[in-house]
Design a protein around this ligand. Structure first.
Ligand code: DOR
Ligand code: ZN
Length: 347
């Protein structure tokens, strides 16, 4: 097979940042994905409907003129978020989820929720409003090993939230462990999961063997291969509640290639070809469409896209750099040769 056509995909987890960086981050996503769930971890974070509306306009302002890209906005939950704000967001038709960042878990999460066990009033408001809870599922305790933080979060928080709020729609973002995969599978219809290209294609050896590779560093951190295989299996078996969420998270090169580098992989320039590569590697290209274009829309209760996109088998190399202002972004897996590309290629 040298060409495939699939329903136009959506990205259910995307960081675009703000300001002048939007000029570099919006076009590569908008040229491929019809819709994207926009993460709210700006500085300051997107905590209110008003801030989400303003950010929405800035994103659209950076989209190419002929683009029909639709940003699906989210709110950033804090200890101060009110149930009324959640209801207003749900009623707006502009906000499609609220993101739970445990304070200190990742980039720009310092205003996040201090104790996810103490915000039942917010889970109740989300459940009532029918707005999904999007979860960064890691505890932050300094004495919990970084490789165990996802599993401990499930045991300490997620299992209880799931039981107390059975109708709450919940997306376990960027799953990285066997335990997370198992939790999502067993949790039933109201629990879904996003899967990033890096957690499908890589494991912690790709971060640490032969030298530290800062562009493979993201949070939750890459785990050992048994966890990677469990994520791969859920996706390859076509489980309907696992769907595409790139977690493309740009940081300028100087902030990645340094003594204390930022977490995040800028996967947008090659995201769909990377997923296609993964499915092709496993002789499962026929499973790409549901994962990339159907499962997420179905989970969010949104219509499936009506247009389509073609991928063609052609060799190309992920670019070394994307320039921004006086700086540059290094795409995830830059320099790697890929066999699939989007046609016509409009980056
Ligand atoms: O690697 C990550 N980068 N993980 C996150 O949760 C946040 C993201 C970012 O915003 O840079
Ligand atoms: Zn993210």
């Amino acid at each position: 097979m040298d060409q495939i056509e699939i329903t136009r995909p959506d990205d259910w987890h995307l960081h675009l940042r703000d300001g002048s960086m939007l000029t570099s981050t919006v076009p590569p996503s908008a040229s491929v994905f019809r819709r994207a769930i926009i993460m709210p971890n700006l500085k300051p974070p997107v905590t209110t409907l008003g801030l989400a509306e303003a950010y929405y306009e800035r994103i659209l302002g950076a989209a190419p003129g002929d683009s029909d890209f639709q940003p699906l906005m989210t709110l950033y939950l804090t200890d101060e978020t009110t149930p009324d704000e959640i209801q207003a967001a749900a009623d707006s038709g502009l906000v499609f989820g609220c993101k739970l960042y445990p304070a200190g878990a990742t980039t720009h999460s310092d205003s996040g929720v201090r104790d996810p066990g103490q915000i039942d009033h917010l889970y109740a408001a989300l459940q009532r409003a029918g707005l999904p809870l999007l979860v960064h599922g890691e505890v932050t305790d300094t004495d919990v090993d970084i490789f165990d933080r996802e599993k401990v979060f499930i045991d300490r928080h997620l299992t209880g939230i799931r039981e107390r709020f059975p109708e709450l729609r919940m997306v376990f973002e960027h799953v990285t462990t066997r335990e997370a995969v198992q939790f999502v599978k067993e949790a039933g219809e109201n629990t879904g999961a996003t899967v990033t290209p890096q957690h499908l294609l890589l494991n912690r050896n790709d971060l640490l063997v032969g030298g530290i590779r800062p562009h493979n560093y993201c949070l939750p951190i890459l785990k050992r291969d048994i966890h990677q295989h469990s994520i791969q299996q859920a996706v390859l078996e076509g489980h309907p509640r696992f769907f595409l969420g790139t977690d493309s998270a740009p940081h300028v090169r100087d902030h990645k290639e340094t003594a204390c580098g930022c977490a995040g992989c800028f996967s947008a320039p090659a995201a769909l070809p990377l997923y296609a590569h993964f499915f092709d590697q496993h002789d499962a290209l026929d499973r790409l469409e549901a994962f990339a274009s159907l499962n997420g829309a179905d989970f969010y209760g949104l219509p499936r896209n009506e247009d389509s996109i073609q991928l063609i088998r052609t060799d190309w190399t992920i670019p070394d750099r994307v320039s921004i202002d006086d700086d540059s972004l290094v795409p995830f897996l830059s320099g790697q040769q890929l066999e699939w590309q989007i046609a016509p290629h409009r980056l």
